[in-house]
Design a protein around this ligand. Sequence first.
Ligand code: XUL
Ligand code: CO
Length: 439
Amino acid sequence: MSTQPTYFAEIAPITFKGPDSTDELSYRFYDKNRVVMGKTMEDHLRFAVCFWHTFSWPGADIFGAGTFSRPWLAGQMDSAAAAWKRREGFDFIQKLDVPFYCFHDVDVMAVATNAAEHQKYLAEAVDDLERLQGETGRKLLWGTANLFSHPRFAAGGATNPDPEVFAFGAMQVRGALEATHRLGGSNYVLWGGREGYETVLNTDLKKELDQLGRFLNLVVEHKHKIGFNGTILIEPKPHEPTKHQYDFDTATVYGFLKRYGLENEVKVNIEANHATLAGHTFEHELAMANALGIFGSIDANRGDHQNGWDTDQFPNSVEEMTLAMLEVIRAGGFTDGGFNFDSKVRRQSVDAADLFYGHVGAIDVIAKGLLNAAALVEDGRLDAFKKARYAGWDGEVGKVATSGSLAEVADLALSKNLNPQPKSGGQERLENLINRFCY
Ligand code: XUL
Ligand code: CO
């Protein structure tokens, strides 16, 4: 085992070469220093590589074993193997030249068999991550704790009927939150993959929701206690692995936050494929988060239009990313958030280079989406159409409808003998307008 990274040795650092470059491992649109709407592309997009799919997943699925030969995964994930993984991971991130990474506690550390070992191995990993960040200049977009893979979490973490599991989860989350704080992370994420249920026959929904609300309150309280200035994010998903997940979608999460008094403390990390699993578009979830004031960060990926599960593919549609970037711009852009690639290469993409192809293509598609969205905003027709559509609210009827009583509004309709007629929503025209900027 070398102490130097070797796995990606044949790949040269990825650089911007422009739209006409024939180099398949170069950026055609992602020019990190290019200024768009007053900010560099690097600052707009804040790309991050994830440690789970990219360096920890062996290419296994429920029908078959891992297909990838990631040498650090070959034996026991002890301290040496975990250090090897971190080393190769940072080499990849540096070659891709993105500013951030993300991790779950268990992605970066040796396998622990109990609470004490967990704390010890995580501390060892954090020391090393701090060193690697210093050496490479890469930063942490967010950290999180994995409360879903280990069999002890089969019935949930915070929502487990067994309080010992709740306590074990609290130990993990405190550790991961403090690690994120020490590493200067911008956000802390909670994705509740097992915070849901399989059947109401054995589930006390009210009790479980209260447990989840209490757990989240404890996390927020601890965040303030340790002085972590980053944002706490919930990542909604409707189901998978549980049949029904409590954090179903952005609107559901907002209702949950209100109920437990956390709507000003917690935002959402929106994942494209989770949006589509919930029956929404990606841009719906972004627009909803913006409307509710809880837009935080993004997990970039896509589903497969024919499959009803979380395929976590790299984004590759310029049109979809243009629509998404429009919503990011409308939300005022990222503050603490960014684009984390919660995406994985296909199981047959067994070469080290495939990890680069996946990320490079996705980065370029999102960068082109940003350029298109910025051009659409500058063009102004899209926004002007939307504005004109609601212009009546500035008129006499709109003003009474905004502030009058039901009787006053109703009487106005009668006194004016209103008979409003339908107006074109212009959808086809607007869709054409989007396409004008895509190709
Ligand atoms: C699972 C998923 C997670 C979260 C972090 O669908 O998206 O990887 O992003 O726990
Ligand atoms: Co995710």
